[in-house]
Ligand binder design. Structure first.
Ligand SMILES: [Zn+2]
Length: 102
């Protein structure tokens, strides 16, 4: 996928997932299944954090230069960039990863 698509997917997919988790949690609350609601919320947040991380760093994007596989990386400053595994091209995004809190 393209870098733009990757940026969208890594934000949108965990976002939709988190909304689903919250809806499920509210449904369980209404059904008075508080323990289950809390469990869903905890597992949901872990899944959200892990999924977001995986989507960001493990899903390759298409290198704009050679169409090879490029992976997201984080600079020491915390900025997100893509590094191509085939030609070594670095594509900066201007995105900060501080929102993932790692
Ligand atoms: Zn490349």
């Amino acid at each position: 996928m393209s870098i733009g698509m990757h940026q969208f997917v890594r934000i949108a997919v965990p976002g939709v997932f988190l909304i689903t988790v919250m809806v499920l949690c509210v449904v369980m609350m209404f059904k008075k299944k508080t323990v289950l609601a809390i469990a869903i919320l905890v597992i949901g947040f872990i899944g959200y954090g892990y999924g977001g991380y995986k989507l960001t760093y493990s899903v390759p994007v298409k290198c704009p230069k050679c169409s090879g596989k490029a992976y997201a990386k984080k600079s020491p400053k915390g900025d997100l960039y893509y590094e191509c595994t085939e030609c070594g091209h670095i594509e900066k995004t201007g995105w900060s990863q501080s929102d993932w809190g790692d």
